[in-house]
Ligand binder design. Sequence first.
Ligand code: CP3
Length: 344
Amino acid sequence: MIRSSKPILRALRGEILDHPPFWFMRQAGRYLPEYRALREKLGGFLDLCYTPEFAAEATLQPVRRFGMDAAILFSDILLVPQAMGQKLWFEPGEGPALTPIRTADAVSSLRVEGLTERLQPVYRALELVVTALPKETVLIGFAGAPWTVATYMVEGRSSREFSIVKEWALADASGFDRLIDRLVAATCAHLRAQISAGAEVVQLFDTWAGVVPPAAFDRLVIEPTRRIVDCVRKDHPDTPIIGFPRGIGPLYPRYFRETAVTAVSVDATVLPETIAETLQPLGVVQGNLDPAVLVGGGSALDRGVARILGALRAGPFIFNLGHGILPETPIEHVTQLVSLIRNA
Ligand code: CP3
C-alpha cells in the first residue's frame, strides 16, 4: 500500500512534522460572509445539509480562503436521530429542537435499518468534495458520540443542566442503555458510509462528555465510544478516528487508552504543558486554542498560539481549537492564526 503524504494523515500516523498541520472545528459557518450568502440563497440550515451541492460548497469555502490541511464535511450530528425517525427542526436564532424521546416505546420506534439510505445526500456531498479538494487536503467525516446525541434526543433541545437525561441515564440504566445501543449501531453505520464515500478520517464529537457523572463515565462515554471504534475498524482498519470528549479534564488519559481512538482532541481547559506530559506520550493529540482567544485576536492570540506550539510541536500534533469557531470571530483573526501556525 502506498502511504499518503497528506500532512494530517502523516501526523495521525505519529510523524512529527516541521510545521504542525491544522484545521478548525466549525471552520465552515456563520463567521464567513460567503457562508451567510449561501444560507440566504437556500433558507434553512437543514436544507443546506441535505442539498449535496450546497453542503459541498460550504465544506470547501473555508479551505479556499485559508488553506487548512483538512476539510470537515458540512453537516450536523443531529441528522442521525432525524434519520432514525425523530422529528428535528431549527428555530431561527434558537438552535435545535426535537420531539423528546423519554420512554421505552419511543426508543423502540427509532429505526437503524434504512438509515444510510435516508442519509444518501450526506454521502453524495462527500463524493462531491473529494473531487474538488486540493490533493494535500484531507476530508474528515464525523458523528456525535452516543451520549452527546442522547442529550439532545432526550432534552429535546440544547440544555444547560441536563437534568432529564441524567436522571433517566442514572435511574433506569437498562432502559437508557437501549437508546445508547441504537445510537452505537446508527453511528457506526453512518461513519462507515462516510468512509465509503471518501472520508479519510472521522471524528467523534462528545461535546457533553464533561457533564457525565464520573461513576457513569465508563458506561456512557468510554464503552459506547470503544464499541464504535471497534465496529468502524472492522470494515476500515486503516481509517484514523479522532475522539473529542470535551471537558473531561483528568479523565483524558483514561479515555485515550481505553477507547483506542487514534488521536484525542483536547478542549481549552487543559494546559498545553499538561497535554504534553500526560497525553502526548499516549499518541497523537489535537487542539487546543480557546475559541474566545481567537475572537479577541491581538497579542493574546500570539501568546496563546506560541504556548501551544512550544509545548506540543515536538510530539505528534495537529493544531486546532478547543471547540468550534464562534460566529462573531473576525475573519482577520483567523488569517492571523493561520500565519502564526504556518510561520512557526
Ligand atoms: O465543523 C464544521 O465546520 C462542520 C459542520 C458541523 C456543524 N455542526 C454545522 C452547524 C459540525 C461538525 C457540527 C457538530 C455539532 N452539531 C455538534 C458537536 C460539536 C460542537 O460544536 O459542540 C453539536 C453539539 C451540534 C448540534 C447543533 N447544531 C447545535 C447545538 C446547533 C446550534 C448552535 C449553533 O452554533 O448555531 C447546531 C447548528 C449548526 N451546526 C450550525 C452549523 C454551521 C449553525 C447553523 C446556522 O445557523 O447556519
